[in-house]
Design a protein around this ligand. Structure first.
Ligand code: HEM
Length: 306
């Protein structure tokens, strides 16, 4: 199909009502900070500094899919976690993850059409999925997914694959996910900011901890295709713990001015040719450009979800 530009993506995602100063997607969220406690297990696969050092701090952001920074927390179909590690003076690693393990489609053009179909209503999206059999793994996830009662209790997936690159330039394709260490039901949660309030109350008492698990592809898996789940028997390596200790409101917080572009990678990690990664990088930059201009012009709304 025809190429889709970053401007077209962001125009569609921001929709008719622009919220000046906010992200055009995943607009509602909260900044967090913490550290990665490495256990050394990935050092043989990747020369990245983060897998050689014991502790690396990060700035992160929990968020909800959608363009509205005041949307009700419990209505969002997808929850997210983004992390930015300053792994050395010259390198950063930025990661943006969602609750589904795969995308419904394999390329940017089809994702654009999926967003068009979502806007057109339930019948259009049903037709879209019927015409895209590669969405089967995504739909299976969607059918079985039970939203939890906490950002801390979700599993967040890289979806796109990357390569771990070792000292000899050997590449191992991987996907990763953050596995929660608590389970929380949504019983009794209510109100538009339920997940934000739950997170703040939780962090006042204890850190939020995830295990960072990497799944190793084998030669039969196509690491360029973000729609296809890899078989469950693929090896998994636990690289250590993601420990979140603090939060800040997003508009004043350290995550506000970070563009969580998935192609900002340190040496030892490299991108696959998955076209979605390039599309994401371009769209995030366009969204960032728009919100930065609005902020510069003083149009950004002061708004927090406290
Ligand atoms: C072609 C496909 C995609 C497009 C066009 C797209 C577009 C966008 C845009 C425009 C933003 C706002 C960026 C900003 O202003 O900082 C965003 C944020 C985000 N996206 Fe995507 N996205 C895509 C796929 C994905 C996938 C596959 C994932 C998960 C693996 C993902 C996870 C996120 C997350 C977590 C955020 C919020 C990051 C933050 O907290 O700042 N996106 N996306």
């Amino acid at each position: 199909g025809d190429k889709v530009s970053a401007q077209q993506f962001v125009d569609l995602q921001q929709g008719d009502s622009v919220h000046p100063g906010f992200r055009r997607a995943h607009a509602k969220g909260i900044c967090v900070q913490g550290e990665f406690r490495n256990n050394g297990a990935l050092a043989q696969y990747s020369s990245a500094q983060i897998f050689a050092t014991s502790v690396t701090p990060f700035v992160g952001r929990f968020s909800l899919a959608g363009n509205n920074p005041t949307a009700p927390d419990l209505k969002a179909p997808v929850r997210s976690l983004a992390l930015s590690f300053a792994t050395s003076a010259s390198e950063q690693w930025r990661i943006a993850m969602n609750t589904p393990p795969v995308m419904a489609v394999s390329n940017p053009q089809d994702f654009y059409q999926q967003l068009v179909a979502i806007k057109s209503g339930p019948k259009a999206i049903q037709t879209f999925f019927a015409e895209h059999p590669e969405s089967a793994d995504f739909l299976a996830w969607k059918d079985s997914y039970q939203p939890s009662g906490s950002f801390a209790a979700e599993t967040y997936h890289s979806i796109n694959a990357f390569y771990l690159v070792d000292d000899n330039e050997q590449r191992q394709p991987v996907r990763w996910h953050m596995q929660p260490t608590v389970s929380v039901t949504d019983d009794g949660l209510s109100g538009p900011n339920a997940l934000h309030q739950e997170l703040k109350a939780r962090l006042a008492k204890q850190p939020v901890v995830f295990d960072w698990l990497f799944t190793l592809a084998s030669a039969q898996d196509d690491e360029r295709n973000p729609a296809i789940q890899w078989p469950a028997e693929r090896p998994r390596i636990n690289a250590g713990k993601i420990v979140i200790t603090q939060w800040q409101a997003q508009q004043d917080g350290a995550c506000h001015s970070i563009n969580f572009d998935p192609l900002v990678l340190p040496s030892g990690i490299s991108p696959t040719v998955d076209a979605i990664l390039r599309a994401r990088s371009a769209a995030y930059a366009e969204s960032y450009r728009r919100r930065a201009v609005e902020q510069l012009r003083g149009q950004a709304k002061e708004l927090s979800n406290d």
